[in-house]
Design a protein around this ligand. Structure first.
Ligand code: GLU
Length: 367
């Protein structure tokens, strides 16, 4: 059996100490990743740090707020970051590659497939791709926003078996351990308990600290596409090997079975939903339990401004997302035909459109 594919994400807080690169941590990480690669694992590193390193190079005391300045600083930092990685990996004879992605690259089906093929070719060549967002050209509305999300989307794209989110805490706790002494460590999250955890996280403000909410969102994406996800301490990269050997370190999230349909994974996570359709309970049951397409009759509310062929989220009456799909009508048309039976649609719109609003083939359950 071939070895699993691993995506390891490391953030700026683990990579830097007081504005300088934490070379000891990076060196230890490089050694572990090279060792894993040599043992047969396919390894992808998602590394932040471009803006942080750029700030250091330009002697900026604070991270810039203005978009153009941040993008310029990232351009300065990315090259320096790669130089450090290349020097360290080269000392162990491990080739690496720089892969800079934008959200747009995953939205286009052809560039999504292309990116998949390139990652596979790199890994077949024994290379460790080092991925970051292409901060210099990413447009604000179309940014991944954070590298936790980027790493989960990369894990989904390349069909990774594991996603490691390296951070500055050792694992999740039921509450902030600095404030609540009997806060319980969370070592394992079965997929059936994920919803509850996300609800609890939303009500504990301290979970917002250190990007825990974005980590949970990333874990949700990655586990739903079949990658076991782990949140663990970035300063101890050796934990990655221990976790792979079965030790209960960090917080581990149980993966769901991976859909064999790569196009459906692209619909769920490559595309960026441009709106929401709120459905009645009959439509929710038809979609979730009977595997049916979405018809106009089941739509209660339309939110957002989108054209036909864009992606939308399908939500139940409480606003919880149940599925995503590519819509056959624009938001304007859907506002006119929501709740209508199929035979009335043509006269309302003045043309004969698709029979379904979202066809089953273009629909993916996300619960
Ligand atoms: N892409 C950004 C950088 O390299 C980091 C985004 C993040 O840390 O989540 O600086």
């Amino acid at each position: 059996m071939s070895h699993p594919t691993l995506v390891i994400k490391i953030g700026t807080s683990s990579l830097t100490t007081r504005g300088n690169l934490a070379l000891a941590t990076i060196g230890a990480l490089v050694k572990i990743l090279t060792h894993l690669r040599c043992s047969g694992y396919r390894v992808v590193l998602v590394s932040s740090g471009a803006v942080g390193v750029g700030c250091g190079r330009l002697n900026l005391k604070e991270r810039p707020q203005k978009m153009a300045v941040k993008q310029a600083v990232a351009a300065v930092g990315q090259g320096r970051l790669m130089r450090v990685y290349d020097d360290l990996f080269s000392s162990l004879s491990q080739p690496i590659a720089q892969v800079l992605l934008t959200r747009r690259d995953l939205m286009e089906r052809s560039s999504y497939v292309n990116a998949y093929n390139t990652f596979q070719a790199l890994m077949d060549l024994g290379v460790i791709p080092v991925v970051n967002e292409n901060d210099t050209v990413a447009v604000e509305e179309l940014k991944f926003g954070d590298n936790d999300t980027l790493s989960a989307l990369v894990a989904s794209l390349i069909e990774a078996d594991w996603l490691f989110l390296l951070t500055d805490v050792d694992r999740l706790y039921s509450a902030d351990p600095r404030l609540v002494p009997d806060a319980k460590p969370i070592t394992f999250v079965p997929s059936a308990q994920f919803d509850q955890l996300q609800i609890e996280a939303g009500t504990h403000s301290q979970w917002g600290v250190g990007g825990m909410m974005t980590k949970l969102t990333a874990a949700r994406i990655a586990t739903s596409t079949g990658a076991r996800t782990v949140i663990t301490q970035g300063k101890q990269p050796q934990n990655i090997e221990k976790i792979l050997a079965g030790e209960a370190i960090g917080t581990q999230f149980e993966p769901q079975p991976r859909s064999k349909n790569a196009r459906k994974r692209w619909i769920a996570y490559g595309l960026l939903p441009m709106g929401k359709l709120y459905l009645d309970s009959g439509a929710v049951a038809a979609i979730c339990q009977a595997g049916k397409s979405l018809l106009a009759a089941g739509i209660r509310e339309v939110q957002g401004d989108f054209t036909a062929a864009e992606a939308v989220q399908l939500c139940d009456s409480e606003g919880r997302e149940i599925a995503r799909g590519i819509v056959n009508y624009s938001s304007n048309d859907l506002c006119k035909i929501k709740g209508m039976h199929s035979q009335d649609i043509a006269s309302s719109l003045g043309y004969v459109g698709a029979e379904t609003v979202v066809h089953r083939d273009n629909l993916v359950l996300t619960v």
